[in-house]
Design a protein around this ligand. Structure first.
Ligand code: HMG
Ligand code: MG
Length: 284
């Protein structure tokens, strides 16, 4: 259906990863179960990363084992290396995501290696995922702006995107990590990206730090992007991006997209229920 827009829920991962208060495992499971009722097709449940780097998600394997899976929902995980993929496979994650950046400094701060080293590290992961028939999504952070380097040139994003495509990623999520993108900076990026790769290969991942996420979603819709990441109750940020705040909230993007005449298959009542629960987990 051409007017269908996919909402990719990343709250349990991107939303919770930088919460300073450790949320108990049972609550994370309840959150994912509530999200499973919302009509979402993809939920990023957690990350299989070093627990020293992201202590909040050290319980990823238990969360995956205990959630009640719905047939039409894919439960996904972030994996930085082969070890992460192996751990995700053990708990039957439906798909995984690799993540790189268009900024060298951010790459170093986030995954402790250069952009090119990260791509090299992803090769064995991609080979194994292909062998197992597991789909891999690619994230690119700092698509227009980096908290350390400032403005990022579109050619740097294109460079990573082409390599991700070549490696076999089925989709690339474009991360406005610190919420600094504007319709103008995105237009500049899309002109370059979409001259070499199809727009339907990309998803929008907008952090709402400066309350500009919906402007960026609108511009992206006009440019043919059909998948958007969001976080229930707008939870989140990235622990290695100072000043980043939550992704655009699932309830906000749902209302915006439906008001524009697109369909999402989500239930507002169920989203509200999950959102109230998510808020109760992070309130001081
Ligand atoms: P490192 O220290 O360079 O690598 O970390 P290492 O290989 O030396 O490993 C260090 C320790 O981690 C070792 O343990 C490994 O065994 C362990 P130790 O010997 O010290 O006890 N380790 C692991 N443990 C569990 N699972 C694994 C794993 N791999 C190694 N998979 C590493 C490199 C990539 C592991 C580390 O930097 C890391 O985990 N980084 C993750 C950072 C992260 O999750 N950031 C947030 C997600 S990205 C994001 O939010 C942006 C996004 O939303 C898009 C956007 O908004 O832009 C996606
Ligand atoms: Mg993010």
């Amino acid at each position: 259906m051409s007017d269908f827009i996919e909402i990719f829920e990343v709250g349990p991962r991107d939303g919770l990863q930088s919460e300073s208060k450790i949320i108990d495992t049972k609550s994370k499971i309840t959150l994912v179960d509530l999200l499973s009722d919302c009509g979402l097709q993809k939920i990023e449940v957690s990350s299989f990363v070093s627990p020293k780097w992201v202590p909040q998600l050290a319980d990823a394997n238990i969360v995956f084992k205990k959630i009640i899976r719905k047939k039409n929902v894919k439960y996904t995980a972030l994996t930085p290396n082969l070890r992460g993929l192996n751990d995700a496979v053990l708990v039957c994650a439906d798909e995984v995501a690799i993540f790189a950046a268009a900024s060298e400094t951010f790459s170093k701060k986030n995954i402790n290696c250069s952009i090119q080293e990260s791509i090299t590290r992803f090769h064995p992961l991609m080979r194994k995922a292909k062998h197992l028939g597991i789909s891999v999504r690619g994230y690119i952070s700092c698509i227009t702006d980096c908290p350390y380097e400032g403005e990022i040139s579109p050619s740097r994003v294109l460079n990573v995107a082409k390599q991700f495509k070549e490696m076999g990623c089925y989709q690339i999520s474009l991360g406005d990590t610190i919420g600094n993108s504007t319709p103008t900076s995105l237009n500049k990026l899309y002109r370059i990206l979409f001259s070499e790769l199809p727009e339907t290969f990309f998803a929008g991942h907008f952090h709402d730090t400066k309350d500009r996420a919906l402007d960026n979603v609108e511009l992206s819709l006009e440019n043919g992007i059909k998948t958007f990441d969001s976080s229930i109750a707008g939870l989140g940020g990235c622990p290695y991006a100072p000043g980043s705040s939550g992704n655009v909230s699932t309830e906000k993007i749902f209302k915006f997209i439906e008001a524009k005449g697109y369909q999402t298959k989500l239930s507002l009542d169920k989203i509200k229920k999950a959102s109230d629960y998510a808020k109760s987990l992070v309130k001081q």
